[in-house]
Design a protein around this ligand. Structure first.
Ligand code: DGL
Length: 277
């Protein structure tokens, strides 16, 4: 039975930009009574091509801003930030439970694979950190994990280009080493390990040209958040729908426009607050 809730504070969600709104969408659907405050650090996007030190520093500043607003739980919806900065964030805010997207994504991949061969598509930084390799190995030590950095996908998705010949061409180019490799190593599961990749699933699947399950961490992160809320008795009271608040570090109008696409519902520019980090 669902434990009775009483904590009305919002859940803080952080991403380098608007892509993490796909994770927010899954959480809001699963947890309709919860309120969320989402911060997209659009002024400094992309994180995915930056060094781990820089991603760490930016992530600490962004999460610090959410903590100032008083949140009961933190979600790092950004794969790059989760891979580089989760330990530093946990250390900086030991009293607030923290959920990242790497473990839920690895969980989904391990559940989906039949042949133990998993492809991780992510930003340069996430691939370099090998966070998915470790998270998958912890669950499935014999899994074979291959990582490919697809940084250009971020810019394409921000442009609203998620299918068609340009996106498919970029996908084929990125997947070339795999497509040229031995058939027996071909992965049966692909982790879309970047906030911007799930809307491109169709084009990526087409470029793969073979049967593979494409997984992302949005739904599994929502399940992980629900579990933590229950474990810590942090649920919001039932009965009323939760609210969504948006913070951005640059151009609220652009956040609202591009963000509406990722969230799957309209965001009014007036509902997006500009903040400095
Ligand atoms: N949010 C980032 C991620 O999930 C993608 C965008 C960026 O590079 O900042 O890795």
């Amino acid at each position: 039975m669902r434990p009775a809730g009483c904590n009305r504070l919002p859940i803080g969600v952080f991403d380098s930009g608007v892509g993490g709104l796909t994770v927010l969408c899954a959480m809001a659907r699963r947890l309709p009574n919860e309120s969320f405050i989402y911060l997209g650090d659009t002024a400094r996007l992309p994180y995915g091509t930056k060094s781990s030190d820089t991603v760490n520093r930016y992530s600490l500043q962004a999460v610090g801003k959410l903590v100032e607003r008083r949140v009961k739980l933190l979600v790092t919806a950004c794969n790059t930030a989760t891979a580089a900065a989760l330990p530093a964030l946990a250390l900086a805010h030991p009293d607030i439970p923290l959920v990242g997207v790497v473990d839920p994504g690895a969980e989904a991949a391990c559940r989906a694979t039949r042949n133990g061969s998993i492809l991780v598509l992510a930003t340069e930084s996430t691939i370099r950190n090998r966070a998915y390799d470790r998270a998958i190995a912890a669950r499935m030590p014999r899994a074979r994990v291959m990582g490919i950095a697809c940084s250009l996908f971020v810019a394409l998705a921000e442009e609203g280009w998620v299918d068609g010949p340009i996106v498919e061409g970029a996908a084929v180019r990125y997947l070339e080493p795999l497509l040229r490799g031995p058939a027996e190593d071909f992965p049966d599961t692909v982790v879309l390990a970047c906030t911007h990749f799930p809307p491109m699933a169709g084009a990526i699947g087409k470029a793969l040209g073979r049967e593979a399950v494409l997984v992302d961490s949005a739904e599994t992160t929502a399940v992980a958040v629900e579990r933590v809320l229950d474990e810590r008795c942090l649920r919001a009271p039932g009965g009323a729908a939760g609210a969504l608040g948006f913070l951005t570090t640059d151009a609220p109008e652009r956040f609202a426009k591009v963000g509406s696409f990722f969230l799957g519902r309209e965001i009014a520019p007036a509902d997006v607050e500009l903040v400095a980090l």
